[in-house]
Design a protein around this ligand. Structure first.
Ligand SMILES: [Zn+2]
Length: 393
């Protein structure tokens, strides 16, 4: 082919919209970012809803969606549960709660770094709540952020054991040289969340039957993916992320074929519906891709809950004038949900007059206080070199 013809062909191909490059008939397709329009999302939800009319048919579909997520994420079958070799240390006592630095091996040599917040002065066993985080960067990004610390501390003061943990290439993972662009990010973060449930359930003071998870943005994606594939989660609150037209802009959310294959199409609204009939709170805002939640995603998900006869178990709190993030106001929506479904005790934290949950008694720590590993406590000798391919089998 003459060179100019080749150039024309390349130019033409590069200007084709994503949808025109679908390979649905031959294999999986990545649905990334704004993969389709808001109108297309509505049509797709109607198409998906038409495939089931009763609980049995829905459950059949739900199994297929769950299997597609695990297969696309290269977690089918699930990897072996190797010893966690948990490290928990540096306990700091505060007003009504303590914080420890904690890590475990999700796979041999692959560490998940985090902080464990526990109630002081309350009687267990306690529910456990996982807190994944979003893509806020910087030295004190991810789990080190003050808003994340406030969320975890307040839940601990109400009687939850809370585990807050790094995405790959954030916080202490970044400190140790890992990059968020790691090719296995979606796989390893999902597996890390599954192992985080193993980690909290192994703690003596945790009630295995009360496991919550909440996160916003990329942490919202981790929240609904974990809830979809692990039925040990009993209450979930994905914040500003469940959208039928937006699939997540990062490869850790949509960089693997979990949404569309030759056999099945789905989207994040339907993935969130896999939580049914377990209690779920959707927090949405007017200022991002969750702006249609009250009229698009929530009704779809609520219909699935109604097939279970549990319509009251899914709630949507929508803030039309607000933007993306897990700020104070959104946390105020989540606290009563977790208190109700995980039986937390808000005495002394919930103010009847203001109807707000008090966060002023929380202590915000520095990254150095929060780290698991430092000069005195070296990084484990068996830790994989940053960027390594992590063996799953
Ligand atoms: Zn990411």
């Amino acid at each position: 082919m003459p060179r100019y013809c080749l150039m024309v062909l390349i130019t033409l191909l590069s200007t084709l919209p994503m949808a025109a490059q679908d390979t649905t008939s031959t294999g999986p397709t990545l649905c990334q970012g704004n993969y389709h329009s808001e109108a297309d999302a509505v049509t797709q939800l109607a198409r998906m809803a038409s495939t089931y009319a009763n609980l049995e048919q829905w459950q059949h579909r739900a199994t297929a969606v769950r299997n597609q997520i695990l297969t696309g994420a290269k977690l089918m079958p699930l990897p072996a549960r190797t010893p966690l070799n948990a490290i928990i240390r540096k306990r700091r006592g505060y007003n009504g709660y303590s914080v420890e630095s904690a890590a475990f091996e999700a796979r041999p040599g692959f560490y998940v770094y985090g902080n464990l917040y526990r109630p002081i002065g309350k009687k267990g066993p306690f529910p456990a709540i996982l807190c994944p985080h979003g893509h806020a960067t910087g030295r004190a990004g991810g789990r080190l952020r003050p808003d994340q610390q406030n969320r975890c501390a307040t839940l601990a003061r109400m009687g939850a054991v809370v585990f807050s943990y790094d995405m790959i290439g954030f916080g202490e993972s970044l400190q140790h040289g890992w990059n968020h662009k790691h090719k296995q990010a979606l796989t390893l973060q999902t597996w890390g969340s599954i192992r985080a449930i193993d980690f909290v359930q192994a703690l003596e003071d945790v009630d295995d039957n009360r496991i919550g998870v909440t996160g916003c943005s990329g942490g919202g994606t981790q929240t609904f993916l974990l809830t979809a594939v692990d039925d040990r989660v009993t209450a979930s609150a994905p914040v500003v992320m469940v959208s039928a037209h937006f699939f997540g802009g990062c490869h850790c959310e949509s960089g693997m074929p979990i949404h569309k294959t030759a056999d099945l199409e789905t989207n994040n609204a339907e993935i969130a519906a896999l939580a049914a009939p377990r209690p779920q709170l959707l927090v949405s805002v007017g200022g991002d891709w969750t702006k249609n939640t009250p009229v698009v995603e929530y009704p779809y998900i609520r219909n699935v809950y109604s097939l279970h006869g549990k319509q009251a178990n899914v709630e949507n709190v929508h803030y039309p004038g607000r933007k993306h993030g897990y700020q104070y106001l959104k946390r105020q929506a989540m606290y009563p949900f977790m208190a109700k479904h995980l039986k937390l005790d808000p005495t002394g934290i919930f103010d009847d007059t203001t109807e707000l949950y008090d966060e002023t008694a929380n202590t915000i720590e520095t990254p150095e206080q929060m780290y698991v590993f430092d000069e005195l406590r070296p990084y484990p000798a068996n830790a994989l070199k940053p960027g390594s391919q992590v063996s799953l089998r």
